[in-house]
Design a protein around this ligand. Structure first.
Ligand code: DDQ
Ligand code: CA
Length: 245
């Protein structure tokens, strides 16, 4: 009975499609980044790297070269996701309940806002900031106060989604890494429904390190693709999903 229920056509019909993608380009980069956040504006890159005592935020013109600027965080701050909104950069911390705000142009500090719970991934739809916290829920936040305006439970595909990590808004969908999983999911921002999956297994280096998971997604507006990488990955890949968004 339970078996039949699990295999019912309804369940199968709800499975989000595996989205085909092409790899347009790959780029070499240093293999010691504990990548937590990634953002690209078409010219400059911003990346955050985690762990206590080694967390940083950096700006690059080329992710394979040394950073133009780098800010080290305090020893007791574990850097998490970041995004650029207007002329500001927002950087989450894992458990400090603190989002740090910087001027994107020169990474000068502009203060902070506080939030309850953990900080994992961050992106923006151009109006609000969108944040993950290790659960299956995303919160939409006021860029000025960081207050929660709305939240969605990510659902669909017969899986209960949790550990949503780095995020990237592109073409009306929110792409998310999932911690300890090689899959990216594409989420409908209104309903929270998972619209598609991309498995990065074929791009995942065999690093034999438990922390070396896929993490880091940056929308490339010019080339219409997503730059993806992972913690300790020696490369970034530009992928173009087909038939979605
Ligand atoms: N997170 O980025 C997925 C939120 C956390 C990754 C934590 C990886 C373990 C690092 C060791 C933590 C030491 C307290
Ligand atoms: Ca991102």
């Amino acid at each position: 009975m339970l078996f039949l229920l699990l295999l019912s056509p309804l369940t199968l019909a709800e499975t989000p499609p595996s989205v085909p993608f092409s790899v347009l380009e790959e780029r070499q980069r240093p293999a010691d980044h504990f990548t937590q956040g990634l953002y690209f504006d078409g010219q400059r890159w911003w990346e955050s790297s985690g762990l206590y005592g080694r967390s940083w935020l950096a700006e690059y013109s080329d992710p394979g070269a040394s950073p133009l600027r780098r800010k080290w965080l305090a020893e007791n701050r574990f850097a998490e996701g970041l995004t650029v909104f207007g002329d500001r950069l927002y950087l989450l911390t894992w458990k400090a309940g603190e989002v740090q705000i910087y001027r994107a142009a020169d990474l000068s500090p502009l203060g902070l806002r506080r939030y309850a719970g953990e900080g994992w991934g961050l992106t923006s739809d151009g109006e609000h900031l969108i944040m993950s916290n290790g659960s299956g829920k995303l919160t939409f936040r006021d860029p000025e106060t960081f207050a929660v305006l709305r939240s969605v439970e990510v659902h669909g595909g017969g899986e209960s989604w949790k550990w949503l990590n780095e995020l990237e808004y592109a073409n009306g969908l929110i792409w998310a890494n999932i911690w300890q999983d090689s899959r990216l999911i594409a989420i409908d921002p209104k309903s929270g429904e998972v619209r598609g999956l991309i498995d990065l297994k074929q791009l995942t280096p065999s690093l034999h390190h438990p922390d070396a998971v896929a993490n880091g997604i940056a929308w490339d507006r010019v080339r219409n693709g997503l730059w993806v990488t992972g913690k300790y990955w020696p490369k970034l890949y530009l992928i173009r999903p087909h038939g979605l968004g």
